[in-house]
Write a protein that binds this ligand. Structure first.
Ligand code: PLP
Length: 395
């Protein structure tokens, strides 16, 4: 018999796999599914990054293992430091305060592995991007969920936790702009978190995947802009969303050098870094592709306006997010007897529209579904028509 490790048995079912299987079933019946389920960007990667990848892939030396002190590796870290300074006005030491990642998901999972013993608590707001909590379980730490609800504005106050929990807490994950709720945070909120975590001696991992996908003049702060943040925290970034390079697998973690040293040590036992040609392509993206980013954000803004206005006009009341390319939508009252997975199935089977069930992001996502605006405007209009026909809500 083949038995998987107990830690895998403790993971919640990966609802996105279930949705994916269901999607395939519906597509196999010939339905043209409009897929708004996964946050996988559909817009093109920067041309110059693609050209650079092709050019660098032909160079023999680039086929070898990546090395921390190699020329390309050093240039990537320098480019990240420049990017960070330009975006957030925070200075980073390229040699000690930056660790490139094979996508930020990898780094987030490894942060838990690097720091959690089996009697350490990781505080994880819920709902969340699943690796925030699944990484804790895989690392064998103790997961402690902090509910994010409309009542707490999806921004919890951590000082309401019990003294026992705080004493055992070693790690806290937060993430703004937030997936899936789309909530954004102010620098003042980050400052409160830093001041509290410092007092309690808790490491903070801030997942900042959507800092560039912002609208209507809103600017997302970096966690490291808060005073003293570098003493206790690291921040995760990715080229997946800003530059439409999700499949390329490149992110980075920045901040406290001791935390990063331990993260890099953990990774050194597991991976060999990133294909050099991809590092070169990322350098191009980070240093020359602001125009691609601008176009990408404008496309998402138009989609957001079209889709949110459309949902409201068919009687599904949702508000416009300031950031991310998601819509976090309460299940309409008429369907409140259905849980988020059942409602997701209804939309898929009857309207051919795939969404993510709120519970895919944790139990406190119940009662919601998430739309990812990763199809073009014409497809979104068709999705709205289909939703209008099957839901029959009062406009
Ligand atoms: C909040 C958040 N963090 C991290 C990631 C993963 O990014 P990457 O492609 O860099 O692993 C995602 C992807 O959807 C995300 O939503």
């Amino acid at each position: 018999m083949i038995h998987e490790a107990n830690r895998l048995k403790r993971l919640p079912p990966y609802l996105f796999t279930i949705v994916d299987n269901k999607k395939k079933e519906v597509m196999d019946k010939g339905v043209d599914v409009i897929d708004l389920s996964m946050g996988s960007p559909d817009q093109p990667a920067p041309k110059q990054s693609i050209e650079e990848l092709c050019k660098q892939a032909r160079i023999d030396g680039n086929q070898r293992y990546s090395r921390w002190n190699g020329e390309i590796e050093t240039e990537l870290r320098n480019t990240i430091a420049d990017w960070y300074m330009k975006r957030f006005g925070v200075s980073l030491d390229p040699n000690n305060e930056i660790v490139p990642l094979i996508g930020s998901k990898e780094g987030i999972a490894h942060l838990s592995l690097a720091f959690l013993n089996n009697d350490d608590i990781a505080l994880v707001p819920n709902p969340a991007y699943p690796v925030h909590f699944n990484g804790v379980i895989m690392a064998g730490g103790i997961l402690y969920n902090i509910p994010l609800t409309p009542e707490n504005n999806y921004m919890p106050k951590f000082d309401r936790l019990s003294a026992e929990v705080i004493k055992m807490a070693k790690l806290l994950f937060i993430s703004y702009p937030h997936n899936p709720t789309t909530q954004v945070a102010s620098l003042d909120y980050f400052q409160e978190v830093v001041d509290w975590a410092k007092k309690k001696d808790i490491i903070v991992g801030h997942d900042c995947a959507y800092s560039d996908i912002v609208f209507d003049g809103y600017k997302a702060p970096s966690f490291l802009q808060a005073k003293g943040a570098k003493d206790i925290s690291v921040e995760f970034h990715t080229i997946s969303k800003s530059y439409n390079m999700a499949g390329w697998r490149l992110g980075f973690c920045v901040g406290n050098k001791e935390i990063l040293k331990t993260l890099a040590k953990t990774k050194s036992y597991i991976d060999f870094g990133i294909f050099r040609a991809i590092q070169c392509a990322a350098i191009k993206a980070l240093s020359t592709a602001d125009d691609t980013l601008k176009k990408t954000v404008e496309t998402y803004r138009k989609r957001r306006d079209l889709f949110v206005d459309g949902l409201n006009s068919i009687g599904w009341k949702v508000s416009k997010p300031k950031a991310t390319f998601y819509i976090w939508a309460h299940i309409p009252l008429k369907y409140s007897a259905l849980n988020s997975m059942e409602f997701t199935n209804l939309l898929l089977e009857e309207a051919g529209v795939a969404v993510a069930p709120g519970t895919g992001f944790g139990e406190y996502g119940e009662g919601f579904v998430r739309f990812a605006l990763v199809e073009g405007e014409e497809r979104l209009k068709i999705a709205l028509e289909r939703l209008k026909d099957i839901l029959e809500l009062e406009p």
